[in-house]
Design a protein around this ligand. Structure first.
Ligand SMILES: *Cc1c(COP(=O)(O)O)cnc(C)c1O
Length: 393
């Protein structure tokens, strides 16, 4: 008999009842060190006082009103995002997938209104992940995600990872946009080198193509800049954000330049919940902390420490780990043994990591993780590796 919850997930048998900072507690009192953050969501850890305060204050006054009315909390968050990023304008969604939907619609509408309606195609990359809607799975088109769900939305062209020649030859008269994650998350923490991101921006400018960045996982301070593309000194035309921006409240956004967004006039897009007072009050509280230069400096300091210690961990367990990769506090341990076994051994040692493609165990800790917790994380990952060595021997 089918379970009452649709069985689309492979779940670990862990049930948490409380979260505090970088720690999760189960009903029977077990405490686990959380290096997954709900997949890069809890950027300020669990139950951060400023977020609890923003949420409860707003909840006592007004949870939801429709976008038929002015929403000052939404205005304030949009102003903050515009002030701290390349963007001129912001649309709020409830998730990364919905942000992806709008990014695609925005690009197509742009070219339609420019009198070049043939430019409907969007180039994406092998290993990418943009969500699970019909459009987002068509964008990536891996068998695992699309089998059985056709016919797929047309207009996407996939190219291999890190192959600039293949990318150039994929560009045609019908190419309207290129969509890419500056650091692939689900694909296994694969960062686009800064010089490649620069070259991509140049290519888009030269060919007259919109650059869409998917920063759903790598954005909001994760890499040590507010947005990952800042490392390369470039700006996109359109950017998708979600995960970290709500700090645990379901919130997403599409940020765009005035030019790229020019087709999105009244009536062209909408959302019932997107940008409601509760979500935006929390999002503003997140950004007020994460966008502070001193906070991002701390992220970089913690990231440097964690990375250095992980390099040591890899060196002392060469039969378990191959390498460390990623950017800031978005790190991956490429494994020699199956990454799933590393994640499982982590559970045994009360430390949570997240599996990704390319045999990687992901580390996406809270951005305010303490030095003590980083040391504890390494102790526990070391114990997990030793456990795996012992079982193998
Ligand atoms: C998680 C993710 C998405 C989808 O976001 P949801 O909120 O799960 O819909 C899209 N793109 C990237 C890069 C992601 O990591």
């Amino acid at each position: 008999m089918i379970s009452s919850v649709l069985p689309t997930y492979n779940r670990a048998p862990l049930q948490f009842t409380k979260g505090e900072g970088s720690w999760l507690t189960t009903a029977d009192g077990r405490r686990l060190l959380d290096l997954g953050s709900g997949i890069a969501v809890n950027v300020l850890g669990h139950a951060h006082p400023a977020l609890v305060e923003a949420l409860t204050n707003q909840a006592q006054n007004l949870w939801h009103v429709s976008n038929l009315y002015d929403i000052p909390q939404q205005q304030a968050l949009a102003d903050k995002l515009v002030e701290t990023s390349f963007a001129d304008t912001v649309f709020f969604t409830n998730s990364g997938t919905e942000a992806c939907e709008l990014a695609i619609k925005m690009a197509r509408k742009y070219w339609h209104d420019q009198g070049q309606p043939e430019k409907t195609d969007i180039i994406t990359f092998e290993g990418a992940f943009h969500g699970r809607s019909s459009a987002a799975i068509a964008a990536v088109n891996t068998p695992k995600m699309v089998d059985g769900f056709g016919p797929l939305l047309p207009g996407f062209v996939q190219v291999p990872w890190a192959d600039s020649e293949a990318l150039k030859s994929a560009i045609t008269e019908t190419t309207g946009a290129i969509m890419i994650e500056p650091v692939q998350g689900e694909g296994g923490i694969r960062a686009v080198p800064d010089n490649c991101l620069k070259a991509l921006r140049d290519l888009c400018d030269e060919k007259g193509i919109l650059l869409i960045l998917d920063e759903v996982q790598c954005g909001v301070g994760r890499t040590g800049k507010l947005f990952a593309h800042e490392w390369a000194g470039i700006t996109p035309d359109i950017m998708m954000v979600a995960k970290g921006i709500g700090g645990g409240f379901p919130l997403g956004a599409v940020l765009a330049t005035e030019n790229a967004a020019s087709g999105m006039v009244a009536g062209t897009h909408g959302s019932t919940y997107g940008g409601n007072p509760l979500g935006c009050a929390v999002g503003k509280a997140v950004l007020d902390i994460v966008a502070e230069p001193a906070f991002l400096e701390d992220v970089n300091a913690q990231a440097g420490l964690l990375r250095q210690k992980l390099e040591g961990l890899v060196a002392s367990h060469p039969t378990i780990f191959e390498s460390v990769r990623g950017s800031g506090l978005m790190l991956g341990l490429r494994c020699v043994v199956p990454a799933g076994e590393v994640v499982q051994a982590g559970y045994d040692q009360d430390v949570i990591t997240v599996p990704a493609a390319d045999n990687v165990a992901r580390l996406l800790p809270a951005l305010n993780i303490t030095k003590e917790d980083i040391n504890e994380a390494i102790t526990r990952l070391d114990a997990a590796a030793t456990q795996l060595e012992t079982t193998a021997a």
